[in-house]
Design a protein around this ligand. Structure first.
Ligand code: GLU
Length: 415
């Protein structure tokens, strides 16, 4: 983030303010919805493999629980500080409300670069962190999930650490391995959800997806599944990237050949036969649909006027800051906002949690059908609202969500 650019929290708050004005949110409710319910910061000391002690800082922020237990991922990243986690927790409140699943919003993180950590160090850190925040978690209280640099294995450790004190409790986290109560379909759910939303958008806007060229920034939990889901639909993916850089070919990449990259520690830049591009170049590359599926704040006033795509599909959380958003809107780029585009992940988490509680397992086909249904319905509701008010999708999505959370908060007696 360069000087003068808004912090993630300032940016999310500005999106909130715009939508709150649209629906004439009462001042008292505004004060309740704009702040977090609970924020905890914990110390996470870890004995590293070389004998040294590293002391990390972890966070769990519970933003609003009016509509259900707090819900949201845990990220391991050097930029995961209180400001960012707070912003992302509030986005989770709006996301769960928008797709109308019975959860509130939360987020957690540890300020750490996990890239070179061993499995043993990661496990020790995860267990320490889980124990430190365990008193605010609960199947009906707060349910973590994977996010940037965390995965099913991390969730298994969290579940094990929590279960040590509470008995076997698979529903305490979602995004688990299939052998521990994970739901077939959950791992792919964010990526598939992104593609279901894109299909609904193209149908409404009369865009022919079969000729569209899609560029995806990120090839992790989300980006690699977006690529695979597009490939299944025979949609051309022209660029992908990861932390080391990206690859581009205007007539499309061989997505099937890239699949094992996502599950190995290798990088897409090691795949021969394509033009090499940087992550910055990917944002500006020649494509029709741009899918940021990695970190936040990648589209700002620095580059928004050079985005060539006509549709921006926000698979990452908060990829566009307020200045970037304004520039793209002025240029007529259609933005499908994060709270809508990537809501397939938490919707899949809801399916997993509900199955854990019932001790029942759906087949993957049912999971995907239900997911498509939620994503398509949510897109249509946002697009209807946006068209009726002649506003972009982001303020429409926030307005629908804020109204729902405000109603629940009022009925619960928060104000
Ligand atoms: N980390 C994902 C998100 O940002 C999933 C959260 C969840 O499933 O609780 O939406």
């Amino acid at each position: 983030m360069g000087t003068g650019e808004p912090s993630p929290l300032e940016s999310v708050n500005a999106f909130f303010d715009e939508a709150a004005d649209l629906i004439h949110l009462r001042d008292e409710m505004y004060a309740v919805l704009k702040t977090s319910y609970r924020e905890i910061q914990v110390q996470v000391p870890v004995r590293m493999d070389n004998g040294d002690l590293s002391v990390f800082t972890g966070y769990r922020v519970q933003h609003n629980g009016a509509r259900g237990p707090y819900k949201g991922g845990i990220r391991y990243h050097p930029a995961a500080d209180l400001d960012e986690v707070r912003a992302l927790a509030s986005l989770m409140t709006w996301k769960t409300a928008l797709v109308d699943i019975p959860f509130g919003g939360a987020k957690g993180g540890i300020t750490v670069d996990p890239t070179d950590m061993s499995a043993h160090e990661l496990e020790t850190m995860t267990r320490r962190f889980t124990n430190a925040i365990g008193h605010v978690l609960g199947v009906n209280r707060d349910i973590p999930a994977p996010d940037v640099n965390t995965n099913a294995q991390v969730m298994a450790w969290m579940m094990d650490a929590y279960s040590a004190g509470h008995g076997y409790t698979p529903a305490i986290v979602t995004g688990k391995p299939l052998d521990l109560g994970g739901a077939p379909g959950r791992e792919a759910a964010t990526g598939r959800g992104v593609v279901y939303v894109l299909e609904a958008a193209c149908k409404r806007w009369g865009v022919d997806l079969s000729t569209a060229r899609v560029a995806i920034q990120g090839f992790g939990n989300v980006g690699s599944w977006v690529a695979r889901a597009l490939h299944e639909q025979h949609v051309r993916v022209v660029a992908v990237s990861d932390a080391r850089g990206g690859i581009y070919r205007s007539d499309g990449l061989d997505v099937a050949a890239l699949e094992d990259i996502a599950t190995s520690r290798r990088s897409v830049v090691e795949v021969a036969g394509y033009d090499q591009i940087t992550n910055d170049e990917l944002i500006e590359c020649d494509c029709d649909v741009l899918v940021p599926a990695a970190l936040g704040d990648v589209i700002t006033q620095r580059n928004a006027d050079r985005v060539r795509a006509t549709i921006l599909l926000e698979a990452a959380n908060h990829p566009t800051d307020t200045a970037g958003d304004k520039i793209l809107n002025e240029r007529g780029v259609r933005i499908v906002p994060d709270v809508l585009a990537n809501a397939g992940g938490v919707t899949g988490s809801y399916f997993e949690w509900a199955q854990n509680i019932q001790q029942f397992k759906w087949k993957e086909g049912r999971f995907n059908d239900e997911l498509r249904d939620v994503m398509t319905r949510s897109f249509d509701a946002v697009a209807d609202f946006a068209e009726s008010r002649r506003i972009p999708l982001r303020p429409a999505a926030f307005a629908i969500a804020i109204e729902r959370v405000a109603r629940a908060s009022k009925m619960r007696g928060y104000i």
